[in-house]
Design a protein. Structure first.
Length: 159
């Protein structure tokens, strides 16, 4: 088969795929946007991340609860852009963890919980030497994740 004929067959195949795609959408022509409900696919998960306290002295342990995530998925925990650990969500899409600020200098920490489907939420907490040490509420359970509080902006450059 000549090169010219191969290209013609490829173009014909692509044209047929495009036309078939259009034909498959014909049942939706004239339907209201609500009938198709595209938003269902765009906002399948609406995660939220809550924290027990938003300010505490160095050495505090902040209790975080993430909800609205995919069920039974590994969620990665970031603090100021650094991976500090992970937690697996339960059957209802909830994950719990504790951030230990032992040795962390005063300042703000941005904590992010993210799953592999790019579903994430964040909270900012403040480490302040003038505040009291906070601990997780009684009965709260989850892995304890430590952090230095530093951020990496470029490879090998820390601030």
């Amino acid at each position: 088969m000549s090169q010219e004929r191969k290209e013609a067959v490829q173009r014909l195949g692509i044209t047929l795929l495009v036309l078939l795609g259009g034909v498959l959408l014909l049942p939706y022509v004239g339907s209201a946007r609500a009938a198709i409900n595209w938003e269902l696919f765009g906002d399948a998960y609406s995660p939220d991340l809550s924290v027990s306290d938003n300010q505490g002295a160095p050495g505090s342990q902040f209790a975080f609860t993430g909800s609205g995530y995919q069920p039974n998925r590994l969620a990665v925990i970031f603090v100021n852009g650094q991976v500090v650990g992970g937690v697996t969500t339960d059957g209802s899409g909830t994950g719990r963890f504790i951030i230990d600020t032992n040795g962390v200098p005063d300042g703000e920490l941005t904590v992010v919980m993210e799953t592999d489907a790019n579903v994430s939420a964040f909270k900012t907490i403040t480490v302040d030497s003038g505040a009291s040490v906070v601990n997780p509420p009684g009965g709260f359970s989850g892995p304890i994740l430590g952090t230095t509080g530093s951020s990496t902006y470029l490879p090998f450059v820390q601030r």
